[in-house]
Design a protein around this ligand. Structure first.
Ligand code: DON
Length: 304
């Protein structure tokens, strides 16, 4: 199959589409990103790299970092993490407070904000230098020790993190947050502020396509048994109240972020990433979802 030709077809189709959606504005620094940006990178296990557009430009990975946080926690902790966070789709927006009150402070899954805040709390209790060790983990799976956070995005989110603070207070009232609220919030926002390009993100996500091992060195980052579970949570919960729609249209496990990025994988075949900052009302990249839908349609390679 000529993957570059398929990507070029998608690039051409995108030029005919009217840009729809809005850049995220609730984190003021993200509102400064040009809505015209579009990048796509496909990394196939057997045949290498294909890309187009702004695929080498860095963007804020935001909630895509929740996959890395969960992976690090699951690689370190052997007792059951899933007593403090469930694995059910939420059917609610990523920053919703409603279910948490009904469900006694146990988040529906690790990929909504409440769930990632619990994972951050667990990592703080487990790691000596959480920020440094988290960054090193992402650098390792990306084979790039220059990766860093965008300080402006980090500071910008810190100034307006009212809902995440509310989620933490509510969960602490139920006894599901053990560390200091400010410390957990700070670490969570740090993870979201990491910047990566589509190419770097596709390299990192190869771990999920390649049974938990890095493709470059074959180092096992997480066991195949655990990566199977992470991929299952991406499939059912990676897109909040649009997880069904993403499954229906694209048919891959994936994760989105309000920076406009999406990373998705086909086990044993490929990792693919897209970046387009205009978000639909559910907070997922409008054109990013379109491009991935076209990829799995034109290649015939979805998991279904
Ligand atoms: O906590 C937040 O609201 C952001 N730092 C991340 C949210 C996000 O990326 C949701 N994804 N689509």
């Amino acid at each position: 199959m000529d993957y570059q030709e398929i990507l070029d077809t998608i690039a051409l189709e995108l030029t005919t589409k009217q840009p729809r959606g809005n850049v995220a504005t609730y984190i003021p620094e993200l509102a400064k990103v040009s809505p015209q940006k579009f990048g796509m990178h496909l990394h196939c296990i057997n045949s290498g790299h294909y890309c187009f557009g702004n695929s080498d430009e860095k963007f804020s990975i935001q909630s895509i970092s929740k996959v890395f946080g969960l992976t690090l926690a699951m690689s370190l902790i052997h007792e059951d993490l899933f007593e403090r966070v469930d694995v059910e789709p939420s059917g609610n927006p990523f920053n919703s407070l409603i279910q948490l009150e009904y469900e006694n402070g146990i988040p529906r899954n690790p990929f909504i904000n409440a769930g990632a805040l619990v994972i951050s709390d667990i990592l703080i209790s487990t790691l000596k230098s959480p920020k440094q060790e988290f960054l090193q983990f992402v650098q390792n799976i990306t084979d790039n020790d220059t990766l860093k956070i965008n300080v402006e995005v980090f500071e910008s989110e810190k100034k307006c993190s009212y809902r995440n603070a509310a989620l933490l207070h509510l969960m602490k009232s139920f006894g599901n947050i053990t560390n200091d609220i400010e410390e957990v919030l700070d670490f969570y926002i740090y993870q979201c502020a990491i910047e990566m390009s589509c190419k770097e993100l596709a390299t990192a996500f190869m771990v999920y396509a390649n049974r938990g091992a890095k493709l470059s060195s074959h180092e096992e980052v997480i066991s195949p048994h655990k990566v199977k579970r992470i991929n299952a949570i991406m499939q059912t919960c990676g897109f909040y109240d649009e997880a069904g729609e993403f499954s229906f249209r694209v048919g891959l496990p994936g994760k989105s972020g309000v920076g406009g990025g999406i990373a998705a994988i086909h086990p044993n075949q490929y990792a693919v990433t897209v970046w387009s900052p205009l978000l639909n009302p559910k907070g997922n990249s409008e054109l990013g979802m379109y491009a991935l839908e076209r990829l799995t349609t034109l290649t015939g390679l979805s998991i279904f």
